[in-house]
Design a protein around this ligand. Structure first.
Ligand code: F0G
Length: 458
């Protein structure tokens, strides 16, 4: 099917208004928010592409499930339904519910981590890395070599570099490895998919050296779409079967259900090993809740069980990936430099290339984020030197290797007409490119500065 042949495979039963703002209003709102989109009021945002996490629209079936939610403290029917669904999907016998992804990470990596331990991933997501480092352990990212070329059309840039994996395991010593984590799709690496061939190679290295292999499966349904459509031998498998084949390789998984479980809140751990699962459950009870609800209400678990079925539907996944592809390909055709090929949940714009005249210490990504809001009321997130930049001893910026802006698409929320609107706004951005200036930081906290920093336009 061509990229234009997709429709939203749903009708709209309930709507939420978008308040249309003027350029003058947006200039004022942006000024009040100190040119940081995280500080905007959501009612002042027309198209919100800040994240695909927890922003999905639920189906009528999920809302019906919300009414059926069993809120019993222990052994609720909603828990039993979720547990059955997750055992069937993952094939892992031990399921531990948590309120979101990072809670699952804190429990698992907190337990496996500690001083002297090493974790290895294609790319750790920020919260994964933060939980590992908070435990005293170290986290190494080893994305495949192909990921370095932002414009080639290599289909699986989310892969892990398996040569480096084996070298690192040997160098570190097996007893010092906390776990090997395969993030599918690779969010920090541009939402790029991981091939089954790569997952199998990671698995055989982990088995050979007897180290724990965990999948961060937030976007495993989206990843399955790419495998079926781009990897030989998977053309006739269902998306769910492809995900199940990948789960079968690993020792367990951690999931933020706020992505591919199509819910607004939720997460879980699923594990093969009973001893590890018992240790995690004991930690769960201290901070999240009893073993049959974690941090979740019964209705959340009901909606999650239903969402995990819906996400693998053929028409949904086609619409989902084709929407992102459509947006990315259209932007590329207009000469907007985008990370290529287009990933699953987001389009990543190379703001460093778009605004080659803006030096890195004037934050081209933040400049683009400001232009997107000013010209179109669109909210996006900078993934560049504002987020990852550090200072040397002389206070000089050590920039991030890339100056990206992520346009993350919430699931089932925006229609193709909204995407066309975003594409039109980029026309204005490209036309105004030469006049666009950088920004200056006027306030920044010590940690995670991108959330609360203040800026001024130069
Ligand atoms: N792992 C990956 C790959 C993620 O993308 C996220 C969240 C998490 C773990 C943590 O899950 O938010 O439920 O605690 N990603 C969001 C994003 C925040 O915008 O990409 P959480």
């Amino acid at each position: 099917m061509s990229i234009n042949s997709f429709i939203e495979p749903f009708k709209i039963k309930s709507v939420e208004p978008i308040f249309v703002t003027t350029l003058e209003q947006r200039e004022q709102y942006m000024k009040e928010a100190h040119y940081n989109p995280f500080l905007l009021h959501s009612k002042h945002v027309m198209i919100d592409l800040l994240t695909d996490s927890g922003t999905s629209a639920m189906s009528s079936e999920q809302w019906a499930g919300i009414m059926r939610g069993d809120e019993s403290y222990a052994g609720a029917q909603s828990w039993e339904r979720l547990e059955t669904e997750l055992k069937d999907l993952t094939g892992y016998p031990f399921i531990i519910p948590t309120h979101q992804g990072r809670a699952a990470e804190r429990i698992l990596y907190g337990y496996l981590g500690g001083k002297g331990k090493t974790f290895i991933s294609n790319t750790h997501f920020d919260t994964t890395r933060a939980n590992i480092e908070f435990s005293g352990a170290e986290a190494f990212d080893i994305p495949c070599i192909e990921a370095k070329d932002l414009s080639s059309d290599y289909p699986f840039k989310g892969n892990m570099d398996t040569t480096k994996l084996e070298e690192l395991i040997i160098k570190t010593g097996v007893s010092n490895i906390g776990a090997v984590i395969l993030t599918v799709t690779n969010n920090t690496g541009g939402g790029q998919p991981v091939s089954m061939e790569n997952a199998k190679a990671v698995d055989s290295i982990c088995k050979k050296h007897q180290v724990l292999f965990i999948i961060d499966c937030c976007r495993i349904a989206e990843n399955a779409y790419f495998i079926r459509n781009k990897e030989k031998g998977y053309e006739h498998k269902s998306y769910r079967e492809i995900a199940q084949e990948m789960f079968a390789l690993a020792d367990g998984c951690a999931m933020s259900a706020k992505k591919d479980a199509l819910v607004n809140m939720g997460g879980f751990l699923a594990l093969k090993n009973e001893e590890l699962a018992t240790a995690c459950t004991n930690l769960l009870i201290i901070t999240e809740g009893f073993a049959t609800y974690g941090g979740l209400s019964g209705r959340d678990m009901e909606a999650m069980a239903i969402g995990l079925r819906e996400v693998f539907e053929e028409d949904y996944l086609h619409y989902r990936i084709m929407s992102t592809t459509y947006l990315g390909e259209q932007l590329k055709a207009k000469g907007v430099p985008v990370l290529y090929p287009i990933g699953g949940h987001a389009v990543y714009v190379d703001a460093g290339a778009l605004y080659a005249h803006i030096p890195t210490d004037q934050y081209p990504g933040q400049a683009l984020v400001c232009e997107l809001y000013k010209l179109g009321g669109i909210r996006a997130v900078e993934i560049g030197s504002v987020m990852f930049g550090k200072y040397d001893d002389n206070g000089k910026l050590i920039p991030s290797p890339m100056e990206l802006v992520r346009l993350a698409l919430p699931r089932r929320v925006y229609t193709k007409s909204h995407l066309d609107y975003i594409i039109e706004v980029f026309d204005k951005i490209v036309n105004n490119k030469a006049n666009t200036k950088g920004v200056k930081i006027t306030y920044e906290p010590k940690f995670l500065r991108h959330f609360t920093a203040h800026f001024e336009l130069l």
